[in-house]
Design a protein around this ligand. Structure first.
Ligand code: ZN
Ligand code: ZN
Length: 338
């Protein structure tokens, strides 16, 4: 089979790789869509990378024993290799599992762990089946494009009475706009990149603020009768934007972070949490029970298709990485068989 690799900074291409084979309750999935995510960062900085990616959708082609899927099933491939047995896994919060499989230790090699490939392996319980009327490319949006923000909004109870601030309109933030609009909220977006601001507007953002403007807090107050937004979601991972979410949210508001950062966010217990009464949370992926709801967003949203800006053959992975690194894009879908 073919697998895409980063050879070194700025150079990617395909290699021939051995076919992985399933064991126990794992399935072999023929990958038909690979949404690109943060891998471009490694493409820019190097060093090379042999196995990469965590987002895929495709068709089950082989199982080792009767399990939760069968050959022919069209599935979304959930990220990671969680144990499936701990309390978190059983509850559907597998992304937080602390006992994940050692992939190579279990299967005998790392082959089958990459989504930038024609085939991969996955425990069958992490392969939710795609409804017949949803294409594989659209189904693949039920990973980082729509997943983290859907989980955040579900936790925060976002609805049509809310004004929601979304900081950062990369692929995750753009997906957040789709979800917030689907839930009926008024959406304020903070984004400086003009390509992404334009796409944010196309997806339904009501107001777009430029992070370089020093008067953004006043603008938010003006838009919310002096109160602040009801809920805020940071998709940027930028410290200033994370702090802006805390300042822009109203008293008793809720802030959720999905943009990753290792920088320390200054939060004061008394003014921010006790006196202002705000709730803080983080969202990484989503509880497995939310999969049918995310499928409904994909089935019913009138704008969700605009989350995919490029669809490219995996044989053009070099060009795809260059587009991804340019940030002139929403979600890019690689087609491993083209
Ligand atoms: Zn587990
Ligand atoms: Zn991702």
């Amino acid at each position: 089979m073919k697998r895409a690799v980063i050879f070194e900074a700025g150079r990617a291409g395909l290699v021939d790789a051995p076919m992985p084979s399933p064991k126990e309750d794992w399935a072999l999935v023929k990958i038909l869509a690979t949404p690109m995510c943060t891998e471009y960062k490694r493409f820019v900085t190097g060093p090379g990378l042999e196995y990469m990616g965590h987002e895929a959708a495709g068709e089950v082609v082989e199982v080792a024993q009767p399990c939760k899927v069968k050959p022919g099933d069209r599935v979304v491939v959930m990220p990671h290799y969680p144990c499936g047995k701990c309390d978190l896994c059983v509850a559907g919060d597998f992304i937080h599992c602390e006992n994940s499989y050692d992939f190579a230790g279990f299967t005998g090699s790392r082959e089958g762990s990459s989504t930038y490939a024609q085939y991969m392996l996955k425990p069958s319980w992490l392969l939710p089946v795609v409804p017949d009327d949803v294409s594989i490319d659209m189904a693949s949006l039920a990973l980082c494009a729509l997943g983290p923000s859907f989980s955040a909004f579900y936790t925060m109870g976002v609805n049509a009475f809310d004004t929601v601030l979304i900081c950062g309109a990369g692929p995750v933030g753009l997906g957040a706009i789709v979800n917030a609009c689907y839930l009926g909220a008024r959406v304020i977006v903070m984004e400086g990149n003009s390509w992404r601001s334009e796409r944010a507007r196309l997806l339904g953002a009501d107001v777009i603020l430029n992070p370089g403007n020093p008067n953004n807090l006043e603008a938010i107050k003006h838009l919310t009768h002096g109160k602040g937004v009801d809920k805020a979601l940071d998709c940027s991972g930028v410290l200033a934007a994370q702090r802006f979410c805390l300042d822009a949210v109203r008293r008793k508001g809720h802030v959720t972070f999905v943009g990753e950062s290792t920088q320390e966010l200054p939060v004061t217990v008394s003014p921010d949490l006790i006196r202002k009464g705000i709730s803080l949370s983080g969202a990484w992926h989503y509880n497995l029970s939310l999969f049918p709801l995310i499928m409904q967003v994909i089935q019913n949203s009138l704008v969700v298709r605009h989350l995919i800006s490029h669809t490219l053959p995996m044989s053009q992975v070099q060009q795809a990485f260059e587009i991804s690194a340019s940030r002139q894009c929403a979600k890019i879908i690689l087609k491993p068989w083209e």
